[in-house]
Design a protein around this ligand. Structure first.
Ligand SMILES: [Zn+2]
Length: 462
């Protein structure tokens, strides 16, 4: 049995804040603590209360930093780590020119394994403790993804993409091989450790009707598996899809007619939706996923968060690396804020930080396991330093509220603001290789040495 107490300023959400004044939606403790035993959060409370309850438990003091649940990224492409930031085209050309050639390399298990290690290093460096990933078409890529996730004990969701047409040689499966490989991967990885398999038809353009039938069979045989795909990202994509599926009422109807819409289905982008498609999302409970850095990078369009929410739809938010330009959920919130500003929509920082923690956990149906600091949940925790750059420290001198601090983190923060990351209660960021460990002032080893310090001298008390 290993037990530890993390001390710091603590923030966790109980529900989505209605607005900036909705204080009962969250708990914020100025001198708080999280008691962890064997990777599970036992208790959240003030440091004094938890210290008296567990007097001999070792303490790691993260003050003046802010602890919250680890970030969750609900749409990311593992085999695109080396095509992020590739210049000059919109969706279909970007896929053909950069992404598809790159993904052919993941047939090689050694390459897949090396990139999986680098990919998870990046997630940890940026404070992301859970993600939903597209692997390449190759079974080897999904094996590498889940092997690496297992070795790190991270709660991860992912799947090999099903794609049997409109892709180069070396990057197509067949309806049967895609089905067989997916079955084998589900058998091996679904529910083992903290892994979840995601049935992953890449998108309508790269799957034939015969493959969609196989995806439908997989979905009905495995109702516990999530489903992920892409929807209505780009006008040329929508037109091409209509040519390929002339009988479909609209883009979403392709997926709907093959039984792929349900509460554990994730639809990346969902930008240019027709009223019937929005109604179908409401009826089926499938979740659109907002990918702001990607949508801006590829010039795809503006996600209508408020419009979808007004219908009762719950949206995820994600990086979509490698069309997304940052692994950071902080930078994702930054660009998301601007995309919504362009439409006259407002994203309050308390709502933003709920979104990347408990909100995304709810989208995945995993809020009983991740996304909060509630007792009984898995101890995936991010420690945020809102003074991690000179510019942020200067701005923080004038911050007068928690919301203001969160907004500074959201607009100015990146991996440098991630002071530490705990996965299953184990600190991970400080042990990353040197080139990604940008926080040289990590406080992980500062056991108790700030216990008697008056932190109001070094940090504002709200
Ligand atoms: Zn994507």
């Amino acid at each position: 049995m290993t037990q530890k107490l993390l001390r710091g300023r603590v923030l966790t959400f109980h529900r989505e804040p209605r607005d900036g004044d909705d204080a009962s939606a969250y708990t914020y403790l100025e001198d708080g603590a999280v008691l962890i035993k064997d990777g599970t959060i036992q208790r959240l409370g003030t440091f004094d209360a938890l210290r008296s309850a567990a007097p001999s438990t070792p303490v790691t003091d993260h003050r003046p930093h802010l602890m919250m649940a680890g970030f969750i990224d609900t749409h990311i492409h593992f085999p695109q780590v080396q095509v992020i930031a590739s210049w000059g085209s919109q969706l279909l050309d970007w896929l053909n020119n950069y992404t598809f050639p790159e993904e052919t390399r993941y047939a090689d298990p050694d390459h897949s394994a090396r990139m999986a290690s680098k990919f998870f290093d990046q997630l940890i460096a940026h404070g992301t403790t859970s993600a939903v990933a597209f692997c390449s078409v190759h079974k080897t890529s999904a094996d590498a993804f889940f092997s690496e996730a297992s070795s790190r004990g991270m709660r991860m969701l992912g799947g090999k993409v099903l794609m049997d047409r409109n892709a180069p040689d070396g990057l197509r499966d067949t309806p049967q091989s895609g089905y067989d490989d997916t079955k084998a991967l589900i058998e091996q990885w679904q529910g083992t450790g903290r892994n979840s398999y995601v049935i992953t038809p890449r998108f309508a353009i790269t799957s034939s009707p015969a493959q969609m039938e196989m995806a439908q069979a997989l979905a009905s045989e495995h109702p516990d598996c999530h489903i992920q795909t892409h929807l209505s990202e780009n006008h040329d994509e929508i037109s091409f899809t209509a040519e390929l599926y002339p009988q479909a009422r609209d883009y979403l109807d392709v997926y709907q007619s093959y039984g792929l819409l349900r509460e554990n289905a994730l639809l990346g982008h969902s930008i240019h939706l027709k009223p019937r498609e929005i109604d179908a999302l409401v009826e089926t409970g499938a979740h659109p996923v907002f990918c702001p850095t990607s949508n801006l990078f590829l010039g795809s369009g503006l996600f209508d968060n408020a419009g979808l929410r007004a219908k009762g739809i719950t949206n995820g938010i994600a990086t979509d690396v490698g069309a997304g330009t940052s692994y950071s959920m902080l930078q994702t919130l930054n660009e998301g804020y601007k995309v919504l500003q362009l439409q006259g929509q407002s994203l309050h920082p308390l709502q933003a930080f709920h979104w990347v923690t408990r909100g995304n956990a709810c989208v995945l149906g995993l809020e009983d396991k991740i996304g909060t600091l509630d007792a009984g949940t898995e101890a995936d925790i991010v420690v945020l330093n809102s003074q991690s750059t000179d510019a942020m420290a200067l701005r923080m001198e004038r911050a007068g509220s928690l919301a203001e601090e969160l907004f500074i983190l959201q607009m100015m923060g990146d991996d440098r603001a991630i002071a530490e990351v705990y996965v299953n209660g184990v600190p991970c960021k400080a042990t990353l290789s040197r080139h990604v460990d940008t926080d040289e002032n990590s406080v992980t080893s500062r056991e108790d040495n700030l216990e008697n310090t008056d932190i109001s001298a070094v940090f504002p008390i709200y």
